[in-house]
Design a protein. Structure first.
Length: 167
């Protein structure tokens, strides 16, 4: 079951009227096999999300102005703030997936020592990294608004949650 998280504009973070999609334990079944990071990357790639990486979440608020981003927790757990300062914090643990619409600010508040994620972007886009010093906020908001709907859901494929919640 997919849950939705809505964020509001929180200047200098535009966020997005589209909801963040939260898939609890959606990739847990891929983590008990050999090379869990590659297993998750393979799932994302099958659904058109490439340019994958394995690391963590930055400890400062940031967002991507030109692309959506999928994050899967493959080890440990963290508390993640979505939407910028004073926004709500969420638990993000092994097996969970977050799909962030372009413009949604995110930050790691704290994490276990073993916290690790896989991230990827639709169609292998290079993410336009933005922090809290947006030079041209209105242009950035327009760029975020112009990011199209991905063809597939990163977890569920063709007929997944993106089709249900982002159209």
């Amino acid at each position: 079951m997919v849950e939705t998280i809505y964020t509001e504009e929180n200047k200098p973070f535009p966020n997005n009227p589209l909801p963040v999609l939260y898939y609890p334990k959606a990739v847990a079944h891929l983590l008990n096999e050999f090379d869990p990071a590659q297993n998750v990357q393979d799932l994302f790639e099958k659904n058109g999300y490439t340019n994958g990486w394995v690391n963590g979440i930055f400890s400062y608020h940031h967002f991507h102005s030109n692309t959506h981003e999928v994050l899967a927790c493959i080890a440990g757990e963290a508390t993640v703030q979505l939407g910028g300062p004073d926004a709500q914090c969420y638990s993000f643990s092994k097996g969970d997936v977050l799909f962030l619409p372009a413009g949604v600010a995110h930050k790691r508040i704290d994490a276990s020592y073993d916290f690790k994620i896989v991230g990827a972007y639709p169609d292998g886009l290079e993410p336009g990294m933005q922090k809290d010093k947006a030079e041209d906020y209105e242009a950035i908001k327009q760029a975020v608004a112009g990011v199209g709907q991905p063809e597939n859901d990163p977890v569920e494929g063709k007929n997944g949650a993106v089709l249900k919640y982002w159209t």
